[in-house]
Design a protein around this ligand. Structure first.
Ligand SMILES: CC(C)(COP(=O)(O)OP(=O)(O)OC[C@H]1O[C@@H](n2cnc3c(N)ncnc32)[C@H](O)[C@@H]1OP(=O)(O)O)[C@@H](O)C(=O)NCCC(=O)NCCS
Length: 180
């Protein structure tokens, strides 16, 4: 397990799946904002590729996020789009509603940076998020990510086009203890 200050990033367990499905993926608004695609209902027990980790895919590393103190499941985190030639990847995360706003998101981003830069020897990490997602923007910026551009009207979300912000962090600018 990867350890942050207060969160752990571990493998997906089978009994995580119903909780993540009910609290993250069955929430139409949350799903539509976070997924970059249309929400659709998923039958319980089916092999939803967003949740069920069957065969490890080279370019994607999914984690379940737990509280270090007690091990309670609090969300998901993913390093995806891993490009070993250009040594870059994207990060994504989603916390259960009861776990938001407590500093965990910032700690998850820090732990994913450690995984990307130290464990995977990447050079650049990237995040795309909706321009109104202050909590995600701040979680990234607190870890040294800088805003590199706005993708105007790039996301169709619940009846309207929204802007996305693209943030990047290079390994040479990364300060593992950044609290920026
Ligand atoms: C986005 C998300 C991962 C952030 O994690 P979090 O644990 O809630 O964020 P933190 O508690 O670490 O807060 C980070 C910063 O955002 C601020 N913040 C937190 N929630 C906020 C809110 N609802 N509105 C405005 N600011 C907020 C905090 O004050 C903190 O700011 P600071 O660093 O200046 O003090 C989490 O809220 C979440 O899972 N949201 C739903 C799914 C989602 O949006 N995923 C990202 C898709 S790209």
């Amino acid at each position: 397990m990867l350890r942050g200050s207060r969160v752990g990033l571990r493998a997906r367990h089978e009994d995580d799946i119903p909780i993540l499905r009910a609290e993250l993926y069955d929430d139409v608004v949350n799903s539509s904002r976070a997924e970059g695609g249309p929400w659709r209902p998923i039958t319980p027990g089916s092999k939803d590729p967003r949740l069920v980790v069957d065969e490890p895919k080279e370019g994607t590393v999914p984690f379940s996020v737990v509280e270090l103190d007690g091990g309670t499941l609090i969300g998901t985190a993913t390093l995806w789009g891993i490009d070993t030639h250009n040594r870059c990847a994207h990060i994504g995360l989603g916390l259960l509603p009861s776990a938001r706003g407590k500093g965990y998101g910032t700690d998850v981003v820090a732990t994913l940076c450690h995984y990307g830069f130290v464990v995977r020897s990447l050079h650049r990490l990237q995040i795309e998020t909706l321009a109104d997602n202050t909590a995600m923007l701040r979680s990234a910026e607190r870890n040294g990510f800088v805003r590199e551009g706005v993708l105007r009207s790039s996301a169709w979300v619940m009846g309207e086009f929204l802007d996305e912000v693209l943030l990047g962090l290079l390994v040479e600018d990364w300060k593992p203890d950044a609290k920026g």
